[in-house]
Ligand binder design. Sequence first.
Ligand code: HEM
Ligand code: HEM
Length: 178
Amino acid sequence: MTRGLRLVFLLVALVCALSAAGFLLLRHGLEPAEGLAGEFSAYNHPAEPWFLDAHVVSAVALTLVLGIALGVHVLPSLATESRARRSGLGLAIWAAVMVASGALLPVIAAEGPRLALVWIHGLSGACFALWIPVHLACVRRARRARNGQGVSTPIGGRPPRSPRAKPRALVGARPPYF
Ligand code: HEM
Ligand code: HEM
């Protein structure tokens, strides 16, 4: 995964998760705003529809970015990687449930199935968002283990190397007089 794609993915996922959290808070966590109370009001707060709009727009972007990541990162990693495999697989499964339930939300109108879908979508979306740092931590741990104890590599970067370090070919080589 390139540095740019990683940045866009993290940014879009953050906007999508925060807008959903903001919508939930305004919808269910607050008393109705002045003038919006009553059985004929569709909203609990004037900013509620803005959060939902932000969520739906960022959700389209997140679905696109996840599709790109599927081609350049997820499938190639599944084929070749043993590092961070379980956390990556978990993230991919949460993503699949979240996108499928999110896509079905606007087309299911019956009250019972819609409520079930809202719960499935909200929970899988929350698990997806909370699983991202778990995957990144597993990647970081795997890199540290590969590079030797105590040497930390920035995600997406090369291990730090001292300017006075020996050339790679000589590191660990036996001196010729043994
Ligand atoms: C960070 C991940 C996500 C979280 C935490 C999340 C959470 C939520 C929540 C809590 C709602 C409100 C449900 C309700 O009370 O009606 C919602 C609505 C919705 N989400 Fe997501 N979601 C996420 C990602 C996505 C993605 C990737 C899609 C696209 C497939 C999507 C599409 C939708 C749609 C279409 C709605 C319904 C909007 C409406 O009721 O008009 N979400 N989401
Ligand atoms: C939707 C699913 C996934 C997402 C969103 C995701 C996201 C990411 C991100 C943001 C990074 C850090 C970027 C980087 O350093 O290149 C990363 C690294 C990594 N992921 Fe995933 N990942 C997913 C699935 C998987 C799966 C299924 C596996 C393994 C089978 C996996 C294995 C790895 C490994 C090994 C790295 C480190 C790559 C390196 O050192 O160059 N990921 N992933």
